[in-house]
Design a protein around this ligand. Sequence first.
Ligand code: SF4
Length: 244
Amino acid sequence: MTVKIKGFIENSLIEWPGNIVSIIFLPHCNMRCPYCHATHLVREPNELESIPVTSITKKIAQNRDWLDGVVITGGEVTLHHDVDLLISTFKELGLRVRIDTNGTNPHVIDDYIQRGLIDCVAMDIKAPLLEEKYRDVAGGFCNVRDIEKSIRLIMDSGIEYEFRTTVCPSFLDGADIVSIAQSIAGSSKYILQAFRPNNCLDDSMLNVVPYSEVEMAGFAKEAQKFVKNCFVRGEEMKVLSSNW
Ligand code: SF4
């Protein structure tokens, strides 16, 4: 297996609400979002030591009795060969698998869905689906048609999914959030993540003042007109726990 693993969290109760999961981090990304917190995975991934795949699969197999699943994140997961083989080892253990993606490789996402490899997809939507706007937020070239394709195939897939947007005041305002929500109208879940000015890919982001909680809640309320299940990150846990 050629896939390089650069980070591993053995267990998390909050990463995939309702599931106890291990988290695997893969290197490299084809975007350069200025606010990205995965700086080490994106900027200098080859300088990070790789964790042997076998040590991780062994640890996960040992924890099988209490683990529900595995989240594979990055970086950008769909850039890598052999991720399907990695996923297959977890599926053979009866674990659920979620991948996180920026949606730039719809054919890979489609392949994983068609082969029944993944149980959930979490896809970032960086901006309204306009080439120039998307490029601003993603920090470079991006084919918005591919983003649209990924959105459609995920919404039509029948598997669990969520869309997410990091709401950074330098790039997005309330009208942009409404525009994104319109483009995913009727989807099952849309999460707004507050921008955090720390450890960002672009140092100039450190001086940007995030939106307030009240402003974020206002964006979510507007987006709920198109996606009923739209929350600010953290709020969905409160809803879940009120149902327990
Ligand atoms: S935030 Fe942007 S640059 Fe960072 S991993 Fe995600 S898509 Fe890549």
